[in-house]
Design a protein around this ligand. Structure first.
Ligand SMILES: [Zn+2]
Length: 397
């Protein structure tokens, strides 16, 4: 059951709480007086709600060193250790998890390999991973605000249903409820690129922007969109299948069953196949391809330039449609190197409608192996800062 506020008073309090929590997060350390001024709330409301936040350990008081003779003002700051969350990235044969604080700083990380791809095995492995993270991270379960899970496929995050999974072949699986029944903590599941996008919205590059797009390059090509401050999921959670735009109907077969999708040219597997065909079977992997290009191998350079151009053209189309302020390129593909990204930028400039590109920035995200798990964690963190009217119905079980 969605946890609706009991009445208008509770709803107002919930909204005000979110306003103040966000203001403290963005502007803290900050005094109650300035907080009242910034938020437009009465000093009495600010005192009452910040009192609750202090009791919950989410906010703490600190004295400033800056005193102009009188009483030192007491400032309020967010307590990043006021609660903890776990983020998990679920892959076809294993899962990577991270226990983080409220800034999504990783305290402990671990991974687990699934003995097989059955639903029971995967659920049991995830339960074991979460329990290990709680134990090894040295926190009590009651300090855990929730577990965020990101995975490939069509995910209906509001009902917690995994509609379709390319890895496991499961359909309409109530993944959130199954995990909740075993772990008894709030669980949030979402498409992995959406979790990454929400991570950028709450804690990363997209933080100040209301209109941005995250494109992931790596095993596949994914996309997450934040439009007017809201993530766009579509009618069934399937929005953002950027990788399955058909760029050549006569192109190579794609995992989705069609031919010539963007992903059929640009996924790690597809790119490696092209590189082996054009350079030689001794190309070991994508890193080897990138290494050869930066060492001046013209064929390797050509393969990466062509790939960057192909992606850049489709990004130009995206800019024409969405007019985003920021495009974040993320995923393992951020290592693609100069040949790929300079071709990509040139193709965007050449193909975008004149006037639209000048205010759109393309940013290559920093990449570490725990980015996916941190993204999943930040979905739970984001819920903390959402006001009740922004919370989607029954998003968290
Ligand atoms: Zn496809």
């Amino acid at each position: 059951m969605p946890n609706y506020p009991r009445g208008n008073r509770d709803l107002m309090r919930g909204i005000n709480r979110a306003i103040l929590l966000n203001a403290i997060k963005t502007n803290g350390p900050i005094s109650r007086v300035v907080l009242a001024h910034l938020s437009g709330l009465s000093p009495a409301t600010v005192t009452a709600i910040t009192g609750d936040l202090i009791d919950e350990n989410l906010v703490f008081e600190k004295e400033t060193g800056d005193s102009s003779g009188g009483r030192r003002p007491i400032l309020l700051a967010l307590n990043p250790r006021g609660g903890f969350v776990i983020g998990v990235k679920l892959m076809e044969d294993h899962a990577v998890g991270a226990l983080t604080d409220l800034n999504a700083a990783v305290l402990y990380k671990d991974s687990i390999i699934f003995p097989d791809g059955s639903l029971d095995s995967v659920i049991s492995a995830l339960v074991s991973l979460v329990n290990t993270l709680i134990y090894q991270g040295g926190i009590h379960k009651k300090q855990l605000l929730g577990v965020g899970i990101g995975l490939a496929g069509v995910v209906d995050s509001s009902s917690g249903m995994l509609r379709q999974s390319p890895f496991f072949g499961w359909k309409d699986t109530p993944l959130r409820d199954l995990l909740h029944a075993r772990l008894h903590v709030p669980i949030h599941i979402d498409n992995d690129v959406n979790t990454l996008t929400l991570g950028e919205k709450w804690l990363g590059a997209g933080l100040p922007e209301d209109n941005f797009v995250v494109i992931t390059v790596g095993r596949g090509i994914g996309m997450g969109m934040v439009i007017n401050g809201q993530i766009v999921r579509g009618k069934s959670g399937g929005a953002g299948e950027f990788g399955h735009i058909v760029v050549d109907p006569d192109g190579p077969p794609c995992e989705c069953g069609k031919r010539g999708c963007l992903e059929a040219f640009l996924s790690d597997k597809a790119l490696l196949a092209t590189a082996r065909k054009e350079i030689g079977q001794d190309v070991l992997d994508i890193d080897d391809l990138i290494g050869r290009a930066s060492a001046g191998n013209p064929a390797a350079h050509r393969v990466l330039t062509r790939a960057g151009t192909l992606l850049g053209r489709q990004i130009a189309n995206l800019i024409n449609i969405l007019d985003p302020k920021l495009i974040v390129i993320s995923g393992e593909g951020v290592r693609m190197g100069e040949a790929f990204f300079s071709a990509l930028r040139v193709a965007v400039e050449q193909n975008v409608m004149p006037g639209l590109a000048k205010d759109s920035e393309i940013r290559i995200a920093a990449w570490e192996d725990d980015v996916w798990a941190r993204g999943a964690a930040s979905v739970v963190i984001g819920e903390l800062f959402n006001s009740p009217i922004q919370k989607e119905e029954a998003t968290i079980k």
